[in-house]
Design a protein around this ligand. Structure first.
Ligand code: NAI
Ligand code: ISE
Length: 355
């Protein structure tokens, strides 16, 4: 069976996901598209065999030939499309953030719970990255002892061109670290503090760039996250966990080492597309397989909500300079099933959330 996918929002990541659904992974076909920029939608459809262009996201969701929805429009538009997909009973993959506020995410959680089955997967693709998966397995083995600390860095060569703000450094960029440490440690985040170091003179002077977030996990592990969106030299993602008997870290290795002029050097990825290319492939391949089997797995609406709640408190901490505590609602039963949130989801070894 081929999963017939409709895509809402065909900008940078929308087009990248269309490419992978069409040319990289198996079992899916893009049959419909829409974008508020109608010309962009027409041009994206031009490269696809027989894909329909719809005037609105709702028309696309209502299309009887669309089995599942991919939402890759701007964050503030996600809630409307995810809720409409749930109402139509169609599986929906929504890029991060699930929605900009915890309240909006909770509306999605409640709609899904009322429907009685998981339909939503959130695009926290780092959970599918080989490096982060190896770190999680390394920690689970137990030989390193209890984790105590983690050091993360999230560096973009330049801030995205669309009016990027200091708040977006947390809600758009560091939201990935917020999700990945919840997943790595299988713990919620209990509090956040934001430090404001000296600003770079490169890039927008209004940006608090870099900034440092201190996240306190519920069990006392402390995580520092450097977010630096105009680092200039490339896209550099780091993560090291310090445990009682050793450390485990993402390797900074690319695939090759260049030796020249008395130096060994490794290329730095240009952007997220390059750094996480395999993670996005695995993420969407698993989504297609699981959804085609009538099932659900991967980061859930609950994970989208928990991340949004931490983001909200960190934004408060950015303003106040104070530590902010995070209070989550009770986790509904739907998101307690095995594999539903924090397991290593892998077709060969993972569990699936049941309907
Ligand atoms: P973009 O600006 O390149 O593309 C967004 C597209 O959505 C544009 O073509 C825009 O016209 C369209 N759009 C906006 N509102 C719409 C609406 N109401 N209905 C239909 N189309 C609409 O942005 P980009 O970088 O592709 O980001 C899109 C989403 O993906 C964001 O939520 C972003 O945070 C997320 N993202 C996730 C990444 C990841 O690593 N997982 C990487 C990059 C983006
Ligand atoms: C972008 O939206 C992403 O999600 C990328 O993964 C992240 O590294 C970048 O900072 C965001 O702007």
């Amino acid at each position: 069976m081929t999963l017939r996918v409709g895509v809402i929002g065909v900008g940078a990541i929308g087009q990248d996901h269309i490419r992978r659904l069409t040319h990289v992974i198996s079992g899916a076909r893009v049959v419909a598209l829409t974008d508020v920029d109608a010309q962009r939608a027409q041009s994206a459809a031009g490269s696809l065999d027989g894909a329909r262009v719809h005037a609105t996201g709702q028309d696309l969701i209502d299309d009887g030939d669309v089995d599942a929805i991919l939402v890759t429009s701007w964050g503030p538009t996600h809630e409307e499309y995810v809720l409409a997909s749930i109402a139509a009973g169609k599986p929906v993959f929504c890029e991060k953030p699930l929605a900009p506020t915890p309240d909006a995410c909770l509306r999605i959680v409640k709609a899904e719970v009322a429907r009685g089955r998981r339909l939503v997967q959130v695009g926290f693709m780092r959970r599918y990255d080989a490096g982060y998966r190896a770190m999680k397995k390394g920690l689970a083995r137990g030989t390193l002892g209890a984790p105590l600390l983690a050091h993360c860095a999230h560096r973009n060569p330049t801030a995205p061109p669309y009016g990027f703000t200091s708040e977006m450094m947390i809600s758009d960029s560091a939201v990935h670290e917020i999700d990945i440490v919840r997943w790595l440690f299988d713990q919620e985040i209990a509090a956040g503090t934001v430090l404001k170091p000296r600003r770079t003179t490169l890039g927008d002077p209004n940006l608090q760039d870099p900034l440092i977030m201190i996240l306190e996990m519920a069990d006392g592990v402390v995580v520092d996250v450097e977010v630096f969106v105009n680092c200039g030299y490339g896209y550099d993602i780091r993560c090291e966990v310090v445990a009682e008997s050793g450390t485990v870290a993402l390797s900074d290795g690319g695939e090759i080492v260049i030796t020249s002029n008395g130096l060994h050097s490794r290329p730095v990825p240009a952007d997220w597309r390059e750094r996480f290319v395999r993670a996005y492939d695995v993420e969407l391949q698993e989504w297609v397989e699981v959804v085609s089997a009538g099932d659900a797995s991967g980061p859930s609406s609950w994970d989208g909500y928990a991340a949004a709640a931490v983001v909200e408190r960190c934004l408060e901490a950015l303003q106040s300079g104070q530590r902010s505590t995070v209070q989550l609602e009770d986790r509904p039963e739907l998101y307690r099933t095995p594999g539903g949130t924090n397991a290593v989801e892998q077709s060969t070894e993972g569990h699936r959330a049941s309907r």
